[in-house]
Design a binder for this molecule. Structure first.
Ligand SMILES: [Cu+2]
Length: 266
């Protein structure tokens, strides 16, 4: 065999291999594929996809009524391995009202969407994730239209206002005895929180008039602070006050200055 024959033979073999590759069933990945496009990520994904399941999971912090819900969607295969390059749509509703609609989201390694809803009410949050394939641009492969639903119950803030009642003691307007025993108001010292409701009630069974007036008394001389003042209350009158700042608030009765109490606001 001379040199020319040798070259022709080699070329002929190469042509035959190329034709074989071109004519191969496109659904069957030729073994030479990785050699042909070793850097092609999509080819790798396409190859892997036939074996892949794509299960979304919801990564979120606590959801609170009055706040938005912030979350990401992560995807894993059945073995618990992270699946990246996932295209998906995500929707969230409360009471059938849309609170989030992000379509064509894409989770990339190290670069992923963070979804945020509008302000939550106290009904169940329904989240729907629809996987729309893996890959980029025109090269989208794998499972499409797979829908997964999540539901969350938003938490109501643990801080709920409480109500505290303070009453005038029976006979407190007729006798100064209650001053020594510190029970002209019952209870005469209460501790409440900022935002609580303090209800002041003139419950004195003698039907005497009284007040709850913030301030101090020096001897018999009152100094109102202006923090609150019920004014003169008839029998069974009530007055509500909500403290907005912490601190000790002493108060007294305008008509009977021996009647004194303290509200401690925390
Ligand atoms: Cu009084």
């Amino acid at each position: 065999m001379n040199l020319t024959y040798g070259v022709i033979t080699v070329v002929g073999v190469l042509v035959a291999i190329s034709l074989a590759l071109i004519m191969a069933d496109p659904n069957q990945t030729p073994e030479s594929r990785e050699l042909a496009i070793p850097e092609n990520n999509i080819a790798q994904i396409e190859e892997d996809l036939t074996k892949l399941s794509v299960n979304p999971s919801l990564l979120t912090s606590t959801s609170n009524v009055g706040d938005s819900l912030v979350f990401e969607i992560e995807f894993m295969d059945d073995d618990g391995n992270i699946v990246d390059h996932v295209n998906y749509d995500v929707f969230a509703t409360q009471n059938s009202n849309s609170i989030l609609s992000d379509s064509a989201a894409h989770r990339h390694p190290g670069k992923y969407p963070v979804h945020e809803t509008s302000t939550l009410d106290d009904s169940i949050i329904e989240i729907q994730v629809i996987v729309q394939g893996l890959g980029h641009g025109d090269d989208i492969y794998g499972p499409k239209g797979i829908e997964t639903d999540f539901s969350l119950i938003p938490a109501v803030s643990a801080q709920t206002a409480t109500s505290t009642e303070i009453k005038t003691a029976d006979n407190s307007g007729m006798s100064m005895d209650c001053q020594a025993s510190l029970d002209c108001y019952t209870p005469s010292i209460v501790t409440v929180s900022v935002g609580d409701v303090v209800t002041m009630i003139n419950s004195d069974s003698t039907a005497a008039m009284h007040s709850f007036t913030a301030g101090t008394v020096d001897g018999f001389t009152p100094s109102p602070s202006g923090t609150f003042d019920t004014g003169i209350m008839s029998a069974d009158d009530t007055f509500e006050w909500t403290p907005e700042t912490s601190g000790e608030v002493p108060y007294y009765c305008l008509l009977h200055t021996w009647m004194q109490g303290t509200i401690i606001v925390e």
